[in-house]
Design a protein around this ligand. Sequence first.
Ligand SMILES: Nc1nc2c(c(=O)[nH]1)N[C@H]1C(S)=C(S)[C@@H](COP(=O)(O)OP(=O)(O)OC[C@H]3O[C@@H](n4cnc5c(N)ncnc54)[C@H](O)[C@@H]3O)O[C@H]1N2
Ligand code: MOO
Length: 409
Amino acid sequence: MIPWQDHRARLLAAVRRLDPVELPLAEARGAVLTEDVRTAHPVPLFDNSAMDGFAVHGTEARVDARLRVVGDVPAGAAEDPPLGPGEAVRIMTGAPIPTSADAVVPIEKVRIDPTGGAPTEADGLPAWIEILEEPRPGAHIRRRGEDTPEGEVAVPGGVELTPWRLAAAASAGHGRVSVVRRPRVAVVSTGSELVPAGQELRRGQIPESNAVLLAAGLAADGLEIADVSWFRDEDGENLARHVRELAAQDLADAVVVSGGASVGAFDVAKHALSPLGVHFEKVAIQPGKPQGFGVVDDRLPVFCLPGNPVAVAVCYELFVRPALRTMAGHGDLFRPTVLRRARAAWKCPVGRAQALPAVMDERTVAPASAGGSGSHLVVSLAQAHDLAIVPADVDRVQEGDEIEVMVLS
Ligand SMILES: Nc1nc2c(c(=O)[nH]1)N[C@H]1C(S)=C(S)[C@@H](COP(=O)(O)OP(=O)(O)OC[C@H]3O[C@@H](n4cnc5c(N)ncnc54)[C@H](O)[C@@H]3O)O[C@H]1N2
Ligand code: MOO
C-alpha cells in the first residue's frame, strides 16, 4: 500500500499546467491570470466629484457667499463649463471637475436659491446658491491616478480571478485577460446497478450519485464538464473506446472514473483501462483504498476512484481537486487545515490513514455520521462540512485527541 501523500505527490507530478488563453472578463471568473494586468491609464482617469453638489473656486466659497449657478455636469458629461468669479457649477458624483474649479461643496452644505427665485430649468437647476460650510482646498475631489497610476500592476499574474479582481482589471482598462485554460473534465460512472436519481428501482439497483457529486464539485471549482457518461460492468470495451476517443480527439483534459477499481469479478474500470496505461494500486487511506491513475496517450490524465460514494467525495478532495488545480494554474492546491479536539472517541482503520466526513465547531470535531466511518454512508455526507484526517498509525481516536481537520466549507 502506498501512503496517500505519496499517491497525491505522484498525481501532482504527472499533470501539467494548461496553456494560456485569452478570455473576456465575463468568462474569466475563477481562472488564473498568466501575466500581470497593468493599468492602461491612471485610475481614476480624471479628477471627479465624490459628492453630488456644486463645483466652486474654493477661495470664494466662504460661509454665506452667494454664487451664481452657470452650468450642470452630470456623470458622463464631456463638457468643461468655465467658472467666472462668483460662479458655481452643479456637479454629480463621478462627473469630471471643471478645469477652473478646485473644490466641491456637497448639496447638503448649500442653501438653494436663497432669493426664492425660481429654478432656471425644468430639471430644477437653481439660479443661485448660498454656501453654508466652507470647503477645504480640494474638498470632495477624487484625483486622477489617486487609486493607481498608469502602468502599475493592478492584478498580479498567478492569482485567481475573483469578482473583486475582475472589477480591478475592468477599471484598469482591460476587457479581456490572459488566463490558464480551464480544464475540461469528463466524468464516467461505472456499474450495472446504477439508475438515474429519482427513477424507480428494482431489486439490486441504486440511484446514481457519484456523477452528480463530481459534476457539482467540478462546477463549484470553476472547471468545465466535458462530458458525463456511464458504463455497465459488461461494457469494458466501450469504456476503453470512450477514453481513447477523449484523448485522440482532444475532447477533455482529464477524466474522473468512479467504480470498478477494486478486486471484484466485474471491476470494469480496472479491466478496461489498465491496458491503456492506467495503473491500479492500493492507497493507504480509508475510504479510497483501490485507485488507479495514468496519463493516456501521454496527454489525458485519468483518475479512477473507488465506487463507494464517500470514497468518491473524499478522493475528489484529496487527490483529484489538487491535480486539477495544478492544471488550472493555481498556486494554492490544498484546502486549509485546522486542529480540533475530538468530541468523542471513534475507531480508525489499521494501517491506513482515515479521511472522515466531519462536523466541527470552534474547539471540537466529531464524525458527521452517527454510524461513524463508512464509505457507503452517503446520505450522512449532507451533514458533513469538513474532513477529519487521522494518520495511518492511529487505530483509535480518543475523546480530546488533537485532530487535523481539512476545512471544506
Ligand atoms: N475483496 C475485497 N473487496 C473489496 C475490497 C477489497 O480490498 N477486497 N475493497 C473494498 C473497498 S475499500 C472499496 S472502496 C470498494 C471499491 O470497489 P470498486 O471501486 O470496485 O467500486 P464498485 O464495486 O463499483 O462500487 C462500490 C460501491 O459503490 C456503489 N457505487 C458505485 N458507483 C456508484 C455511483 N456512480 N453512484 C452511487 N453508488 C455507486 C456500488 O453500488 C457499490 O456499493 O471495494 C470494496 N471491496
Ligand atoms: O477504500 Mo474503501 O473506500 O475504504 O471503502
